[in-house]
Design a protein around this ligand. Structure first.
Ligand SMILES: [Mg+2]
Length: 307
């Protein structure tokens, strides 16, 4: 899309912002101001207008402005989590059985949404607009357990869910009603937005955040922005997918300091060469690994000149 077309489109979008979106737009605009010089270099006199356009589109969660947003993404540090990650959980296909209810609405006998004839896809989606469709979705039997696993891992979670196209406000309201009623472990925040990947990393320190989502495209763009994605579809994948994903995140980004010094350890079961006698005492007493306890005990005796 050409620049002037984008600006025109976003000007029209700006007129239609809701109260919440307006506030969100202001906050996006404030953040963009920090990059004002970059915008000046790139867009000259139109810099300010472009910034308003990006802020508007971010507030609406729309993706017509792909290019400039991606150019402005800070490169994440892939080696470590500097703070605790936030786990974002998708709703449809992960907690709520959107697809079964969609098939029902389309009158498909098999109950499988894949059997919805292409000609019926859009008309059935249109039938959801303005209704309480999202309030009626069945909850997957695995949903509560999944959220418990996430809570054990991160202490809490946030919902990150896309609105129905053409029904942003209404579908979002009903999703919130559903969440309040159905989920014994409540999210700390509910975010209804079309484009999820702006939450992929912690903007302050680059820590990769985690997204649990059934849509391959969402996972891909999350990863491309430096986040950590777990692809999970409740009616196809087991909860071991979640367990493994969280475990992998821990191993990849949250290594304990003594494990991170691996190159420095001569394979002493991860015990650092620089460990003091007090460190060794501590490991010998408290490590969860039997080998490590025994090794620390042995190393301590060696240092003291005993065998
Ligand atoms: Mg989904």
């Amino acid at each position: 899309m050409r620049l002037h077309e984008i600006l025109k489109k976003s000007e029209m979008a700006e007129r239609k912002l809701t109260g919440g979106e307006k506030r969100s737009k202001e906050s996006h605009f404030k953040k963009l101001k920090k990059h004002k010089d970059d915008f000046k270099k790139r867009y000259g006199d139109e810099a300010e207008q472009v910034m308003h356009a990006i802020a508007t589109n971010r507030a609406k969660g729309e993706s017509i402005f792909d290019e400039p947003i991606d150019v402005l993404t800070e490169a994440p540090d892939l080696n470590s989590a500097k703070s605790d990650p936030i786990v974002y959980v998708d709703m449809d296909g992960v907690l709520a059985d959107f697809f079964a209810e969609w098939a029902k609405l389309a009158g498909v006998k098999t109950g499988n949404y894949k059997d919805i004839p292409p000609a019926k896809t859009d008309p059935t989606l249109d039938m959801m607009v303005g209704t309480d469709f999202f309030n009626r979705l069945p909850k997957f039997p695995s949903a509560d357990k999944l959220l418990q696993m996430v809570k054990n891992f991160a202490g809490g979670y946030k919902i990150l869910s896309s609105p129905l196209r053409g029904d942003h406000q209404n579908s979002g309201e009903w999703k919130k009603v559903w969440i309040k009623r159905e989920l014994p472990i409540q999210p700390t925040e509910i975010i209804i937005v079309g484009r999820k990947d702006s939450y992929a990393v912690n903007r302050q320190d680059g820590t990769p955040n985690i997204l649990i989502d059934d849509r391959g495209k969402n996972i891909e763009s999350w990863r491309s922005r430096g986040g950590y994605g777990i692809k999970y579809q409740a009616d196809e994948d087991g909860l071991d997918t979640i367990a493994k994903g969280l475990e992998d995140y821990k191993n990849q980004y949250m290594k304990e300091p003594e494990m991170a010094e691996e190159n420095n350890t001569n394979n002493n079961y991860g015990i650092s060469k620089n460990a003091t006698l007090a460190d060794l005492d501590n490991i010998a007493k408290n490590s969860t690994s039997k080998e490590k306890r025994e090794r620390a005990h042995w190393l301590r005796n060696m240092r003291r000149g005993r065998k």
